[in-house]
Write a protein that binds this ligand. Structure first.
Ligand code: G6P
Length: 362
């Protein structure tokens, strides 16, 4: 659809694609519903997932980060063990594989050479493969045994946004349907929960002014920025840091909150921005302790928490969604922070230096 690839009134594709996330989430729900409104996935795929003794998720960049979240979803909901690997490492440094693995390639473009190299190798070894991609007919889709589509529409900005959330939503659906097929009880209705997520995304997309303010407050003249989180929030921190470095060129790193004291805390100086995510009930107390540790060393702490877990000092509180699905919405403020930081620095948001939308060389 040609209209999908017009920028319209948006100054940059990235902002348009961030804004499309509620719609894409709703499209994904529809695309994976049967006529009775039940989530469904090709039975060959759920059979392959059920028969595997371990899933190996292979990806690069942002898709690797969605794979980390996907691991938690598949393990929690479908009870299948999952490993997540960066493609360029896996291909030359393969771990000892389980007896009956299934390989899942996550790739927005379906063209990433590093991921394809793994696909070629594991196919030679005779293993089954599934590609999760935005592009039907892409190389990784054609060459894998099975494909799940993201239905995110064309993503033009180099920095991936809507593909990340689409990948997580599709992996959640894969986990949910696999659980159903295997008679594993789920304590939530995923269609309903993803609907809540889409609404929450909308609330965040409507809060752009706030994130623009936060970007100028914390990121306007800094050389670096840290993102800290625990459990699922940690994975979102990795993605938030990647977004910021890709487009604003601010040196940014995501860290597990508890790991700070083992080295990274040495980097905290007076005024160093630290974005802390606090959306996970089980570790809410712990991450707040970590935020205090960096605050005490002079950090400029910006805590983004979730409704129900908030405290007075939080800078922003995201709406409440199912705890397993928080990455789908906690990433939105981080995407917008990166966007405005880059914008304020006069960077070419859609075409950052040295980067390509899809990397077709190893
Ligand atoms: C490039 C892009 C990233 C992307 C990565 C993986 O490096 O700049 O935004 O995450 O490739 O791309 P894929 O299409 O395989 O998801």
């Amino acid at each position: 659809d040609a209209s999908d690839i017009e920028k319209g009134t948006y100054p940059f594709y990235m902002l348009k694609e961030i804004d499309e996330q509620p719609l894409v989430t709703r499209k994904i729900i529809q695309a994976y519903q049967d006529i009775n409104g039940e989530l469904t996935i090709d039975s060959d795929i759920t059979k392959a997932v059920s028969e595997a003794d371990r899933l190996y998720i292979i990806a690069c960049g942002t898709s690797y980060h969605s794979g980390l979240v996907g691991k938690q979803l598949l393990e929690h909901i479908a009870k299948v063990p999952v490993e997540v690997h960066v493609a360029s490492e896996f291909v030359y440094n393969m771990p000892l594989l389980s007896k009956n693995p299934l390989f899942i390639f996550i790739s927005q473009s379906g063209e990433t050479a590093d991921s394809r190299a793994v696909l070629v190798k594991v196919k030679e070894l005779g293993y089954k493969t599934l590609t999760v991609t935005n592009v039907a007919g892409s190389t990784l889709s054609r060459e894998a045994d099975y494909t799940l589509l993201l239905h995110a529409g064309p993503e033009i900005a180099v920095a991936s946004t809507k593909a990340y959330t689409a990948q997580i939503a599709v992996l959640a659906i894969l986990a949910d349907v696999t659980a159903k097929v295997n008679g594993i009880e789920r304590n939530f209705d995923l269609v309903h929960e993803l609907g809540i997520v889409a609404n929450a995304m909308e609330v965040l997309c409507d809060s752009k002014e706030e994130f623009e303010k936060m970007a100028s407050e914390y990121l306007s003249d800094t050389r670096n920025c840290f993102f800290i989180g625990r459990a699922l929030d940690y994975y979102v921190c990795l993605e938030g840091a990647l977004k910021l470095k890709e487009i604003s060129y601010i040196q940014a790193e995501g860290f597990a909150g508890g790991e700070l004291k083992h080295g990274t805390i040495a980097l905290i100086e007076e005024g160093t921005p630290v974005v802390a995510l606090a959306t996970q009930n089980d570790v809410n107390w712990n991450i707040r302790g970590n935020a205090k540790e960096v605050l005490a060393r002079g950090a400029n702490v910006c805590t983004i928490s979730m409704k129900g877990l908030e405290t007075e000092e939080d800078r922003f509180v995201i709406p409440e969604v199912n705890e397993l699905l928080t990455p789908l919405i906690s990433v939105v403020p981080l995407q917008l922070l990166a966007y405005y930081a880059a914008l304020h620095r006069g960077c070419d948001v859609d075409k950052p230096r040295n980067l390509a939308k899809s990397v077709t060389v190893e």
